[in-house]
Design a protein around this ligand. Structure first.
Ligand code: AMP
Length: 288
């Protein structure tokens, strides 16, 4: 496997592959890799001639400094995992490779309603930071296909808009399903922060998403939301349900009726004392 720390070197590597007509799949990550990341990379490997993974803990997308500081960093283990799945290249940039300017000044993007609801409302500046890093990474790695996890559903919608409409790039954005632990908890690098009790209670996200799915066409979206919030709020270690929304999968606007959109997703974010967790599930019109 090629390991690149320098932006110019990986640019040349990707450009020479593309000049030979090869398709390059790109999986951007912040490291502390788990099976969710590896599933994305395995899809990228299977759909392209070469796969590039990047590991970069992007400072501009953290709305809380403490979250950035304690974000897990497990690079030795990550290297072994990437090697084991047969990925061709790893990009491990320093901060100045991605942000060479004196400041982090970057164009501010308007993502319309996608950029105002749910995660955007709860984490000011988060998606501007995500957009900055994706724009900069794709300028270095002009991949054929970009692989993102449904785990961060709103991020997929915003990055797709950024790549295809705002930047007008030829890169195809591909979404991959959520990889879960055996009890349903969506894998996340932040799960390691959870205490034993919190980890046990964290099942509440999947359980309520699955219950919501079982009630489609039986209960109205508003009734499901009310019951889910009531139940989630009874979870002993859970501090706060930031939101549980049932939305149109394209516009991310809440739906009132199951007929309102061809694809409908339930999205939630909750706070435990040790970590903030998000999850989502297609209730109608799954793309897989
Ligand atoms: P991160 O390192 O958390 O920034 O995630 C890198 C990529 O992996 C993003 O596209 C995430 O949506 C995706 N990802 C993270 N966790 C999961 C998961 N449990 N299942 C599928 N994709 C995931």
């Amino acid at each position: 496997m090629h390991i690149f720390k320098n932006a110019t070197d990986i640019s040349q590597y990707v450009s020479s592959l593309k000049a030979k007509g090869k398709a390059v799949g790109f999986v951007p990550t912040m490291g502390a890799l788990h099976d969710g990341h590896l599933a994305l990379a395995e899809t990228a490997i299977s759909e392209n001639d070469a796969c590039v993974i990047s590991i970069f803990v992007n400072p501009t997308q953290f709305d809380e400094k403490s979250d950035f500081k304690r974000y897990p960093r497990t690079i030795t283990k990550d290297l072994a995992l990437i090697e084991s799945i047969g990925c061709q290249a790893l990009f491990l940039p320093t901060e100045t490779q991605i942000y060479p300017e004196e400041s982090y000044e970057s164009p501010q993007y308007d993502f319309g309603e996608l950029g105002r609801v749910m995660e955007a409302a709860k984490r000011p500046g988060h998606f501007q930071g995500v957009a900055q890093v994706i724009r900069r990474l794709l300028a270095i790695i002009p991949a054929t296909r970009l692989y993102l996890g449904q785990k961060d559903f709103q991020q997929v919608k915003i990055v797709t808009k950024l790549v295809t409409s705002t930047l007008g790039l030829a890169t195809e954005v591909r979404m991959c399903p959520v990889t879960r632990d055996t009890d349903g908890l969506a894998m996340s690098s932040r799960n390691v922060h959870l205490s034993h009790e919190e980890r046990n209670d964290a099942r509440v996200l999947y359980e309520n998403l699955a219950w919501a799915k079982s009630q489609v066409n039986r209960l109205a979206p508003a009734a499901i939301k009310e019951q889910v919030l009531e139940r989630m709020n009874l979870t002993p270690t859970l501090e706060d349900v930031e939101y549980f929304e049932i939305v149109n999968a394209e516009t991310l606007q809440p739906v009132e009726d199951w007929k309102d959109a061809p694809a409908i997703v339930a999205c939630t974010a909750v706070r435990f004392p040790s970590a903030r967790l998000i999850d989502n599930m297609y209730l109608k019109g799954s793309p897989y």
